[in-house]
Structures are given as C-alpha cells and as structure tokens.
Write a protein that binds this ligand. Structure first.
Ligand code: DGL
Length: 271
C-alpha cells in the first residue's frame, strides 16, 4: 500500500519512523509543510487551509490512506477532512488515555502547542478519560523551532525547558505525554528534569497500530536499534519526501532527514 503522512514539518518523521518498525514493507510519501511551520501558533482557519492543501497533494499522489502526523492539524482539521474525503484518514491526539490508564498514583503532564491545548478536541478527550482529574497541561511551542533547526542539545533549548518546567513540580508526575510530534526529539533532555518513574509517552505506537488495523496490514516488530540509515539510497528505498509540494532530491536535505531518523532511533531507548 501507499501511505501518505504529513505534518507541519519534521515532527511527522517520528510517525513515519514508527511505521518503519511496524509496517516496514509499505510505501510512504512524507510531506513536511516547511513553508508554514509552525502551525501551533497560527489561526485555526489558516491551519485548516494548510492541512487541506497537504491532504489534497497526497491524494493526487494516489495514496491509499493519509496519516495526519500532527496533533495541531488533527485538532483543527480532521473532522472536516473526513467529511470531504472517502479515504481512511488516521490522525494523532495526545496519548492521554494510555497515560492515565498505565500510570498510577501521580499526575500526568501533557506538553503540546497552544492550539492543541486550546481546541475542544483535547478538552473533550480529557473529560472522557481523566476521571480523577490528574491531567495538567503545559505549552512548549518553542520546541518546534528548535527541532526544525536541528538544535537538540544546545544551551538555549535546555534553558527554554528549564524555564517551562520551572512552572510545574516534575516530581508530581508519573507520565509526560508528548502532545506534539516535534517533541519526540528531546526525550533525553526531559529525563534531566523528571525522575526515573516519569514515563515518556507518545502517541506514535497507537497511531501506527491503528493505521495497520484500518488497512488490514499485519504488523511486524522490527526491534529497537534496527532502524538506522547510513546512506540516502537506503532512506529512499520505500519513501518519497516532499517539503511543501517540492520533491526532496538534494543530498543535503536528504542527509538532514537521515540524521533525524537516526536520532529518533536513539530516542526510542528513552521511555
Ligand atoms: N508537529 C505538530 C504537532 O504534533 C505541530 C508543530 C507546529 O507546527 O507547531 O502538533
């Protein structure tokens, strides 16, 4: 099958990366809307327009399903897009349910973009699953820019996280939920702020499992550590990359994606 995956930028690569672990034999078209990143601070009308453009671009490439690998675009656009399009659309939402169900005792902190935190979709989800009122929300939108600049370990990003996490008491949390796909790149940094018992939870596993189910494709379990790339030929084996409608061909950009995939493989060790 041919699966189209889009995000405002490189955050969606974390979903594609998870798909390489569970569905390694499918074909992928990855679309990063880099002309319009970040979505998370924009007006919902604009986000709707961009998400629609990404979706229709992928449709034109003849995909069998679309994955909205962006919590922000999902919260604004998925309902309307599902009404417009007959193809399966699989989307992301912060993994609040697994976080509440699998961790006990302490609280759950969801980090996401301001749009995701404001939209009713997340509010309704929390109302449904957070019976004991354990969920807290924290916006960390600047991480999107740090990720896009491939700035994963700098003093500036550490200082930003220190400021944001100073507003909560990390010891209160048994789970930290990545409510934005861009945030998966920083799991090692969160570890410096949160105790060992704080589980790092993202929605990627569940999203890809759901995709497999919708398309009736058997899942595999490619082990941790196995999905790394040395050459851009390997990277292009079953995936075509676009940035806002432009086919990615140049070696420098492909190397950028290659490094990001390799970092995501590293981040799998941190749970
Ligand atoms: N990666 C996106 C998300 O999951 C949004 C990042 C942005 O463009 O603000 O929410």
């Amino acid at each position: 099958m041919r699966i189209g995956i889009f995000d405002s930028g490189i955050g969606g690569l974390s979903v594609l990366h998870e798909a390489y672990h569970q569905l390694p034999d499918q074909d992928y078209i990855f679309y990063a809307d880099t002309d319009h990143v970040p979505y998370g601070k924009r007006d919902p009308k604009e986000i709707m327009e961009y998400a629609r453009a990404c979706t229709y671009f992928l449709l034109e490439q003849g995909v069998d399903a679309i994955v909205i690998a962006c919590n922000t675009a999902t919260s604004v656009a998925v309902k309307a897009l599902r009404e417009e399009i007959a193809l399966p659309i699989v989307s992301m939402e912060p993994a609040v349910k697994p976080a509440v169900e699998t961790t006990e005792g302490r609280r759950v902190l969801v980090i996401a973009t301001p749009v995701t935190l404001r939209e009713t979709k997340l509010k309704e989800l929390i109302e449904r699953v957070d019976e004991d009122h354990r969920v807290d929300l924290l916006a960390t939108p600047e991480l999107v820019g740090f990720a896009e600049r491939e700035e994963f370990e700098s003093e500036a990003v550490r200082a930003y996280l220190a400021r944001q996490f100073a507003t909560v008491n990390p010891e209160d949390y048994s789970a930290l939920v990545m409510g934005c796909t861009h945030f998966n790149y920083f799991k090692n940094l969160y570890r410096d702020f949160f105790p060992d018992y704080t589980a790092m939870i993202d929605g990627n596993f569940g999203t890809v499992r759901h995709l497999a189910h919708r398309l009736e494709i058997p899942r595999q379990e490619v082990p941790d550590g196995a999905v790394t790339f040395e050459t851009t030929e390997e990277l292009l084996r079953n995936t075509t990359y676009y940035t806002s409608g432009r086919l990615v061909k140049d070696e420098e950009m492909l190397m950028h994606f290659l490094r990001l995939h390799n970092r995501l493989e590293e981040m799998r060790k941190i749970r």
